[in-house]
Design a protein around this ligand. Sequence first.
Ligand SMILES: [Zn+2]
Ligand SMILES: [Zn+2]
Length: 282
Amino acid sequence: MLIGRFAGKLLKQKRQRGLLLEVRKLEVRILGAHSGEAKKCRMSSVLIDGILALDAGGLTASLSLSQQQKVRAVLLTHHHFDHSRDLVTLGANGSSFPLPLEIFALSQTLEVLNSCLLDGKMYADFSKWPSEDRPYLRQRVIEPLKPQRVQGYEVLAVPVQHSVASVGFQVTSGEGKSMFYTGDTGPGLADCWHYVAPQLLIIEVSGPNKSQDFLKSVGHLSPELLKEELVQFSNVKRYFPRVVVSHVPPAFQGDVAREIKGIARELKTRIDIGYEGMIITL
Ligand SMILES: [Zn+2]
Ligand SMILES: [Zn+2]
């Protein structure tokens, strides 16, 4: 009994020091599944178990204040506005958060955010405000391809092909449940597949096949380009993960959904179009 209690205490201490992964079910909730905003369409955001957010394009409008208070860390794939804008609105609610909210991103991403979005001119710089010692947002640099413990999860940032420095994030729980979120990416993920082994893949498609050349030139995917990446995935990993498509422009929702359906049929695998409020439990 005593040994059991001692082991339990040790486990708790290790968890608190971030040495162990938490055993969690990995409930993945899509808060923003679009690259633009309209009624019922929000910009890129995913929430894991209510505490870990991936991108901040549609966080605050999707969550009550008490739900926002439970979010302990935000991982940013890159600096683009549709992925980072809610750092400002989260900061504005910061006085009600129990602790500073941790923002993890590449150093290049933080550099742009600090000079453009959190520059203290557009609004308060919440990474220094109300004080440098205890700001509402605390910035943390994340290194690509170095597994890191964040809030009890193992997080791996994997570089992807976009118009600015960008990473996708693999998030793994203590039970070995794993998901990979690409953020914005163009074609050329073959290398990426060697580093990840997710059960769930949330990947972008930013327009229909007729815009393929343009999408490719600005570091995005069409349904047909997604097909090529998924074929590469199955060649490397010998399986298909469950696939959820995100980052669809509201204006092209119907076209993209139709084309994705055809691709799922061709590949004989499940591909869903993500939507606000979608919950996937691994
Ligand atoms: Zn982008
Ligand atoms: Zn984007």
